[in-house]
Design a protein around this ligand. Structure first.
Ligand code: CP
Length: 311
């Protein structure tokens, strides 16, 4: 990579992950600073987003940077046939960093190979969502006091869920035990199971989802069935409500267990769970601000020492 991009969580060592988490902790203490004064952040969203775009833009604004970008590719010259490469080359003339979400797997890597400025992958198809994973790790550490040796139960669309794929790769440094719960139509792809085997990550798979499955989890990571990835919406209709977490299913849960979800939620967590002390998904989303402040600083060459010294 020609620049300091964040394309895949798999590229980061355990030490680099912990370093970014330490930066996030500094921003949780004090989110408003002028450390990116004079910088310009471009947010190019070729797919819809609420949290990722708004938290990156909030992060930029709270650090004194300015923001340009688009939320709908239909209003850009890509509709006239402009290539992704040309779009990136143009925007890099204006911005110091490009945060990009794209529907094609590999789009962020491709952009990083042609871009003179850092690219931050805000999600590329079903492939990766590294900034989500960093806020997931931050939340796991915040709620469990550690990242090592945790039981993590991941439920839902494991085939298309990019947050799942990134989280598995990041956790390889921390000796997790995974339970993968999915309908038979949406299993974890073989490449990620091979990844687990290569990295000696303990995992089991099942279709059953009930209070016994949850009982030994430290983290219950719920996911949405990714409607936008289905070519046949009849297939989506068959699986969309296959798992619904209800409050009455939490009776055997460990006291420390927290329910995470990258959001948006559709039906997979019943509303009555929101008031349960195990629910943590809204706090998790809030952590996105601190970690995205950390990511923007990191790709722009600002260090943890710079942040600690910033008064
Ligand atoms: N978690 C997440 O990526 O949410 P958005 O699609 O709203 O950005």
């Amino acid at each position: 990579m020609a620049n300091n991009s964040l394309v895949s969580i798999a590229n980061l060592t355990g030490e680099q992950l912990k370093y970014l988490l330490a930066m996030g902790r500094e921003f949780e203490k004090r989110p408003n600073r002028k450390i990116l004064d004079g910088k310009l952040v471009a947010t190019l969203f070729f797919e819809p987003s609420t949290r990722t775009r708004l938290s990156f833009e909030t992060a930029a604004n709270r650090l004194g940077a300015r923001v340009i970008g688009f939320t709908d590719p239909k209003v850009t010259s890509s509709t006239k046939g402009e290539t992704l490469k040309d779009t990136i080359m143009m925007v890099s003339n204006y911005a110091d960093v490009i945060v990009m979400r794209h529907y094609l797997e590999g789009a962020a890597l491709w952009a990083s190979e042609v871009s003179p400025v850092p690219i931050v992958n805000a999600g590329d198809g079903s492939n990766q969502h590294p900034s989500q994973t960093l806020l997931d790790l931050y939340t796991i550490l915040q709620t469990q006091g550690r990242l090592d040796n945790l039981n993590i139960c991941i439920v839902g669309d494991l085939k298309y869920g990019r947050t799942v794929h990134s989280l598995i790769m990041a956790m390889r440094h921390f000796n997790p035990k995974f339970k993968f719960v999915s309908p038979k139509e949406l299993p974890l792809p073989e490449e990620y199971k091979d990844y687990c085997r290569e990295h000696h990550i303990d995992f089991t798979e099942c279709e059953q989802f009930d209070e016994d499955i949850i009982a030994d989890a430290d983290i219950l990571y719920m996911t949405r069935v990714q409607r936008e990835r289905f070519t046949d919406l009849m297939e989506y209709e068959k699986v969309k409500d296959v798992y619904i977490l209800q409050r009455k299913m939490l009776g055997k849960a460990r006291e420390n267990m927290k329910i995470l979800h990258p959001l948006p939620r559709v039906n997979e967590i019943a509303q009555d769970v929101d008031d349960d002390p195990h629910a943590y998904y809204f706090q998790q989303a809030k952590n996105g601000l601190y970690m995205r402040e950390a990511i923007l600083c990191n790709v722009l060459g600002i260090t943890l020492d710079d942040i600690v010294a910033d008064k």
